[in-house]
Ligand binder design. Structure first.
Ligand code: FMN
Length: 331
């Protein structure tokens, strides 16, 4: 009886960890994860049926998303008094070993931030983040294969990165496959968003809830190079810093490590009321990424994720599918 109730309590804890893992960010909010519960581990598998073949053909952003989910899972495990150890198998499965540990500390945990974190695509208020806050963000644990570079608004490098974003928009907004894929993952109004509980919700872009045909018409007019660059120019000017995440090599294991580091920084900045949003277009275009690395004098690194930081009003939250749909049957 005692053993049975222990198993049931542990199982409830594992479900809690998985639910929190699914609150992680993911490219186009595809939520490309699957979980398998073992006796003393949880495995995370890529769900390639949710891949973004146009924008992410090598699954780099998919594995970064799994890295973010891994980090959330570890933070949630810690919250319940478990120690974790993360391994990546040769066939790209993330194995998280989980063990009860009385010495696990929860006092400084970023757990409360998991539910609060959001991608905030609004125009920020232009305030520069104080140096001591940047110092705190720079002090997060960075995985060995990953580098994190900060660029302040007003510097030459900030302007160089902005130019790379505009160049990325030029390429992507004239790429039919990119635009078709983006449209497939748009959730145009409340009904649409609530039906799928994934994808890019109209609400997170600050758009109104209008009938589908109107929303689709407006979007078809808005998704072009000129309008995208105009909006991005304003967002870039209103932000305080860019943060560029790079890997030393370009491997699955390092993408996962980058995802973990990224989520750590996002949770920490959320705690400090600092908003974040992505500008990943220069990293998604290999030629631009190489040029950007050269300009920033980091030619021996792979630019992989670019975000902006600043201060902005909270936006509506994007939804998640029921986490139980992402759990594979045990073997
Ligand atoms: C690897 C990765 C790449 C992303 N790239 C972009 C991007 O280029 N532009 C953007 O607006 N959002 C980007 N996002 C943010 C996702 O769209 C966002 O996480 C998702 O819609 C869920 O919303 P949430 O972060 O508010 O929970 C990216 C997220 C991840 C993890």
């Amino acid at each position: 009886m005692g053993i049975m109730s222990d198993v049931m309590a542990q199982n409830a804890d594992y479900l809690f960890m998985i639910e929190n893992a699914t609150k992680a960010p993911s490219g186009h909010n595809t939520q490309p994860w699957l979980f398998r519960i073992g006796e003393s581990e949880i495995d995370i598998y890529p769900n390639f049926s949710r891949e973004l073949i146009a924008v992410d053909p090598r699954h780099r952003e998919l594995f970064i998303s799994l890295g973010c989910a891994t980090e959330n899972l570890c933070v949630a495990a810690q919250q319940k008094g478990y120690r974790t150890e993360v391994r990546v198998t040769n066939d790209s499965v993330i194995r998280i070993l989980i063990a009860k540990d009385e010495n696990v500390q929860t006092g400084t945990s970023l757990f409360p931030q998991i539910a609060v974190r959001q991608t905030n695509r609004s125009v920020y208020n232009g305030k520069i983040i104080p140096e001591d806050s940047i110092f705190q963000l720079k002090s997060i644990a960075v995985e060995p294969s990953v580098n994190v570079h900060f660029y302040k608004n007003g510097t030459l490098d900030y302007a160089r990165i902005a130019d790379m974003i505009y160049a990325g928009n030029r390429l992507q907004m004239n790429d039919k496959a990119f635009k078709t894929e983006l449209a497939e993952w748009m959730r145009y109004n409340k009904k649409h968003q609530n039906k799928t509980r994934d994808g890019l919700s109209y609400a997170t872009f600050g758009a109104p809830n209008v009938p589908l045909f109107i929303a689709k018409f407006v979007m078809s007019k808005a998704v072009n190079e000129r309008i995208q660059n105009k909006g991005d120019r304003e967002k870039i000017a209103s932000s305080s810093h860019f943060v560029l995440f790079t890997t030393k090599d370009d491997t699955v294991e390092q993408w996962i490590a980058l995802g973990r580091t990224l989520e750590r920084l996002l949770l920490r900045s959320t705690k400090m009321n600092i908003a974040n949003a992505y500008f990943n277009q220069p990293n998604e275009e290999a030629g631009l990424a190489r040029d950007m690395a050269k300009l920033l004098q980091i030619s021996n690194e792979y630019p992989t994720i670019l975000i902006r930081l600043g201060y902005g009003k909270q936006m509506p939250y994007s939804l998640r599918r029921d986490y139980r749909l992402c759990i594979l049957p045990t073997e």
